[in-house]
Design a protein around this ligand. Structure first.
Ligand code: SF4
Length: 127
């Protein structure tokens, strides 16, 4: 399989940010996040960490979520610490041999406050 990014192939994958969110029609945040999530392999497990922002309140409002992946809301200043906590938990589960998805890596996607802190998600992957 080619490793070259192919937009057509990516958009044919099932969405991981589903319809029904409350982002404005055509909002760039939704397009970017949807594209990033679709770029993952289908067997990948992702944890989305999102600081308070338009994106956060529009895609997640407990108990509803537009994400097919796990989601954590954190305060502006806490995203990196939250991500570290998820990584520590993941590593502890793997050390004890009780991580349920052995064959798939965990990918943590940190979405910063869209309007305040920039527009690029940070992605970390662990295997
Ligand atoms: S960032 Fe918020 S206000 Fe701006 S287009 Fe997106 S959803 Fe609408």
């Amino acid at each position: 399989m080619s490793k070259i990014y192919n937009l057509k192939r990516e958009v044919e994958k099932p969405p991981r940010l589903t319809g029904g969110h409350r982002l404005c029609a055509g909002c760039g945040a939704g397009v970017v996040v949807s594209g990033v999530l679709r770029a993952l392999n289908q067997e990948d497990r992702a944890v989305v960490v999102n600081a308070t922002s338009c994106l956060e309140v529009s895609t997640f409002m407990y108990p509803y979520t537009a994400y097919m992946d796990s989601f954590i809301h954190s305060a502006f200043e806490n995203s990196a610490a939250t991500c570290s906590g998820v990584e520590a938990a993941y590593n502890a589960l793997k050390r004890r041999g009780i991580y349920p998805h052995r064959s798939s890596p965990l990918i943590i996607i940190v979405l910063l406050g869209y309007s305040y802190w920039g527009r690029l998600p940070c992605i970390r992957a662990f295997d």
